[in-house]
Design a protein around this ligand. Structure first.
Ligand SMILES: Nc1ncnc2c1ncn2[C@@H]1O[C@H](COP(=O)(O)OP(=O)(O)OP(=O)(O)O)[C@@H](O)[C@H]1O
Ligand SMILES: [Mg+2]
Length: 457
């Protein structure tokens, strides 16, 4: 009897005399043959012949490979990928069970990672020593194995069969590689209908195992990327915030020093000046904390019926002292027929606070001018406008200003204000945009719908 090696096409002549002939090829194939006559496919793996069953099987195998390739580019989820690979393998191989067994570096042994077939849940509790059973042999030797009769294969271990009360009659086991490194094995057990495994089965199985290796590697790279992105973000967050907090603390201790000295000197005017500094620093740290809280979690706005004019007036009142101190002129142009809309008044207050604070900081040292305007549109929406006659925003900056931590104010700004504002507006299903040209000042617009859909129960 002749068997052609599917990998290198060498012809192996076998004497079938009841013993278990082990076909050792110079390439990586090692096939244990039970002595039964091989199917035509085994003898001529490269020529499955024109029979209908063969054509249907090849089509099925091809579509399985195509599906896995597609899945590999569409998801990074290792378990989703491996589960589909195992199910498809069991289907196209026409076997009763298929498992993936991975090497555990920490324990220096192997664990059934996932399994489809009889006792699949119990099987995932089983561990194997590195050389244990055919799976362990494949792992150590990095070679594929077809065992057409496990009862006659001395490498076979009954550990899994015994624990799930099952009988493995024949099996195929192939290494799973990531690059040159072996990370585990895949195993197919019991070809349905008592059939033998063919060389074509082995080739397809190895291809599935390659995809499994790819899926595992992809998931590992993704996890690594996420970890380094998270570390980079934490680093950036800490450095941006600590820079700003340090400046506020400097301001606070400066203010406290003045107050202390003025108290010793019983200088009431100086106490007032020192307290002013402390007051401003408290306002800044409060703003920063509120922005951090607003940015750090997903929130559903607490909608209430509220008139946007009221919020605009409150902001003008709150910031009037700061505006006055800088010699800025404030115009409050409120819409006469503004109706109440459904909004989270605290959230929108925070948005306007961020926009008007930016406007104050952008205004020129002399002749600064800010307008806060409200408008009701024909579409039933409400618009807030905040205009300043500052230096304006360049096209280059415009692309980044809503990004978290983008700031041109050094230690005086965290770059959270606009990111938080955009987040709150989007939570309201509204929109925010700006018009600006260098030297022409800037106008920020916030448009909010008048009604909000009820939040899902
Ligand atoms: N009205 C404006 N005129 C000019 N530039 C502006 C204006 N508003 C925002 N910017 C630019 O956008 C950047 C980001 O603004 P944002 O409010 O997010 O952060 P910030 O003001 O720097 O710090 P903070 O978190 O304290 O508000 C600002 O640093 C500034 O460069
Ligand atoms: Mg700001």
């Amino acid at each position: 009897m002749e068997i052609k090696c599917p990998s290198c096409n060498r012809i192996h002549r076998l004497e079938v005399d009841g013993a278990v002939p082990l076909i050792r090829c110079a390439c990586s194939y090692e096939i244990v043959n039970s002595g039964t006559s091989p199917s035509p496919l085994q003898t001529h793996p490269s020529d499955p012949g024109p029979d209908m069953n063969g054509t249907i099987a090849v089509k099925k195998e091809l579509s399985a490979l195509i599906e896995i390739s597609r899945l590999l580019v569409s998801t990074f989820n290792k378990d989703v990928l491996l589960s589909r690979i195992i199910s498809l393998t069991a289907e196209v191989m026409d076997v009763e069970a298929c498992s993936i067994i991975l090497y555990d570096r920490d324990r220096d042994d192997m664990a059934f990672y996932m399994s489809k077939g009889p006792g699949q849940d119990e099987i995932t509790q089983i561990r194997l020593a590195k050389g244990e059973g055919i799976a362990g042999w494949v792992f150590l030797n990095k070679k594929s194995v077809i065992s057409q009769d496990t009862a006659k294969d001395e490498r076979f271990s009954r550990k899994v069969d015994d624990s799930v009360q099952y009988t493995s009659k024949n099996l195929m086991c192939v290494p799973v590689f990531v690059g040159e490194e072996i990370i585990g094995v895949m195993e197919c057990v019991n070809k349905k209908g008592g059939a033998s495994f063919s060389a074509i089965d082995l080739t397809l199985f190895e291809s599935m195992a390659n995809h499994a290796g790819e899926a595992i590697e992809k998931a590992r790279l993704m996890a690594e990327n996420i970890k380094s992105m998270r570390l980079a973000t934490i680093g950036q967050t800490l450095s941006s915030l600590s820079h700003c907090i340090k400046n506020i603390l400097n301001g606070l201790s400066g203010g406290a020093f003045i107050v202390n000295k003025a108290m010793k000197d019983r200088n009431l005017e100086l106490i007032g000046n020192g307290w002013d500094i402390v007051d401003k620093c408290i306002a800044r740290i409060t703003d920063l904390t509120m922005n951090m809280l607003a940015y750090s979690k997903e929130r559903v706005p607490l909608y209430q019926s509220c008139n946007p004019n009221k919020t605009a007036r409150e902001i003008a009142h709150l910031l009037s002292k700061r505006i006055e101190e800088r010699g800025i002129r404030l115009n409050l142009e409120l819409c006469n027929n503004m109706k109440e809309i459904s909004m989270d008044s605290y959230g929108i207050f925070r948005c306007l606070l961020n926009l008007v604070t930016n406007a104050i900081e952008a205004c020129p040292a002399e002749n600064g001018e800010i307008s806060i305007t409200t408008r009701a549109t024909d579409r039933g929406t409400a618009i807030f406008e905040v205009h300043d006659n500052g230096a304006g925003i360049s096209d280059e900056q415009r692309e980044k200003i809503f990004s978290v931590f983008f700031s041109t104010k050094g230690g005086q700004g965290t770059g959270l204000g606009l990111a938080v504002t955009q987040k709150i507006v989007e939570e309201h299903r509204g929109r925010i945009w700006l018009e600006s040209a260098p030297g022409m000042g800037t106008t920020f617009f916030i448009e909010l719908p008048s009604k909000q859909e009820a939040a899902p129960a």
